[in-house]
Write a protein that binds this ligand. Structure first.
Ligand code: G6P
Length: 505
């Protein structure tokens, strides 16, 4: 895959570009710094592809990691992009997570618009694009990920027109009425259109994007196709004056719903250690009662407050007895320096405290609230131990937790309560689908889930498991990469056609 012998100048045929690297720094037992594979959906999704294709991953190594040279980890070339402390604040915490994240999630929290944050976003996106340009072989494939890097495709195409460029948006793409708030909306659209294939989670995300293209830059779109004009009548640096009817470049904007490595979750669930741990969790909680379970990054998009409200009211109404039912809520720490996240943590912890104060008993809490991240083994044990899984996101690109729960339940048991605002609900139609804003509806659905007879639980779980098994992450990446390959082949054909045409003239 590599060419050249100098490792620091090695170039690759397949390059992933994402805000985060697939590795985290940690301190070994001997007190030495080491790197280990990081948890999280994207890494889980891409690890099998990287293992298969080999290649390089360009990304940020996390806070306080400036000055690290490229290295190889488990066969993947790791190319760190440094961010200064100021850029972490303005590009990552600011523009990515306090402007784009709330705007793209239906303004559940108000987005903040700061021009200095935007300037930093442009600067950092350019740094990622340059690092990718220096890492990619001639005519390589580069796959850029997520909202933090939406300008990279356009910048990369300018630097390296020979590359085939894919972009995948892991989070929702908002409706035009919301997206149009963004002062830099046109630059974002043009940045994304540097890609050959732009992937979204849901059909609606892709159509929100093509609508924004029509409204903001006026390019022709047809279904999932966008035709980017190659000639413009505008002055350099200006947009909008493209030449109609002139030559165009084809961009595919389509949904590719992401998934999980479902077989590995099932395999883990079948291990005696994980089953013993699941039994231990159940017996620690008293053995016979029902366990409700929620696990999320501590994020306002996840609807944790709505879930706690519904649960608290069910206890207050006497519809459930705290001696018979327990809620385990794992909230893994996230973006803790962003104010909205701090506030959310306070609100959640206040609510948990109230519920436990009102309904807890000595030796038995109504809510077991855990503010930690857990290794996958523990998560799978918790999935297996729980009777009802609560996914109540107010807006979520996909929500892989829902799919992990289903993949784990080889015993064909457990009930999934799933928000219709999570992309996972497109596939998992046999879940109990809810609108998390409708607290009464959510309460009734939790009761239905708790009381669902075993044959119905098995029937629903079986059907969902079939979906998750068939549409696993390998299928997702294969489908996306196949479109990229098609696009690369079409461009090569076109280039050959032009050459033949020119020779014949
Ligand atoms: C979501 C985003 C990812 C992001 C992850 C964790 O899943 O789509 O791009 O990496 O959240 O957030 P963080 O800000 O810690 O990277």
């Amino acid at each position: 895959m590599t060419s050249g012998t100098n490792q620091s100048e090695a170039r690759f045929d397949f390059v992933v570009v994402a805000n985060r690297l697939p590795v985290d720094r940690y301190t070994t037992a001997e007190g030495e710094p080491g790197w280990r594979t990081s948890p999280g959906g994207l890494v889980t999704a891409l690890t099998p592809v990287m293992e298969r294709l080999g290649g390089a991953w360009v990304g940020w190594a996390g806070a306080d990691t400036e000055g690290i040279s490229p290295f190889t980890h488990n066969g993947t070339r790791i190319v760190p992009v440094p961010l200064s402390a100021e850029e972490v604040e303005s590009y990552y915490e600011g523009f990515s997570n306090d402007t784009l994240w709330p705007l793209y999630h239906d303004v559940i929290a108000p987005p903040t618009y700061h021009r200095e944050w935007w300037d930093s976003y442009v600067k950092v996106n350019r740094r990622f694009a340059e690092a990718a340009a220096e890492t990619a072989n001639e005519r390589a494939t580069v796959w850029v990920h997520d909202y933090q890097l939406q300008l990279v495709p356009g910048m990369l195409r300018e630097l390296r027109p020979d590359l085939t460029i894919g972009f995948f948006n892991h989070i929702p793409f908002p409706a035009y009425g919301l997206f149009s708030q963004l002062p830099w909306r046109t630059q974002i659209i043009e940045g994304l259109l540097g890609a050959d294939v732009i992937g979204f989670q849901r059909v609606a995300d892709a159509s929100n994007f093509t609508r924004a293209v029509r409204r903001l830059v006026g390019y022709e779109t047809k279904g999932t196709s966008v035709y980017v004009p190659l000639e413009s009548d505008s002055a350099p640096g200006q947009t909008g004056g493209y030449r109609r009817g002139g030559p165009t470049r084809h961009v595919l904007a389509k949904h590719f719903p992401i998934s999980i490595d479902s077989a590995s979750f099932e395999a883990l669930a079948r291990t005696p250690e994980v089953q013993a741990r699941a039994a231990e969790i159940r017996s620690d909680l008293g053995g016979s009662g029902k366990i409700l379970f929620g696990v999320d990054r501590l994020d306002y998009t996840k609807g944790i407050r709505h879930r706690l409200k519904a649960y608290g009211e069910l206890l207050a109404d006497g519809r459930i007895d705290p001696a018979d039912v327990t809620l385990i809520q794992v909230a893994s720490p996230s973006r803790e320096r962003v104010e909205t996240y701090r506030q959310l943590r306070d609100e959640i912890e206040l609510t948990v405290g109230r519920i436990n104060g009102d309904f807890g008993q000595i030796g038995h809490s109504a809510v077991h609230y855990l503010h930690h991240g857990y290794p996958r083994e523990e998560m799978v044990a918790l999935y297996l131990a729980s009777d009802v899984m609560l996914v109540t996101a107010l807006r979520d690109g996909m929500n892989l937790v829902a799919k992990e729960y289903v993949a784990t339940r080889f015993d064909q048991d457990g009930v999934l309560v799933l928000s219709e605002f999570a992309g996972a609900s497109d596939d998992l139609t046999q879940a109990l689908l809810i609108n998390p804003h409708d607290i009464e509806g959510l309460k009734d659905t939790i009761m239905t889930a708790i009381n669902m007879p075993q044959p119905e639980r098995a029937k629903r779980m079986k059907s969902m498991r079939k979906k998750v098994r068939e549409n696993d992450v390998e299928r997702w990446s294969t489908a996306f990469l196949a479109e990229l390959e098609r696009s690369a082949a079409a461009r090569l054909d076109e280039a050959r056609g032009h050459r033949v045409g020119a020779e014949q003239q």
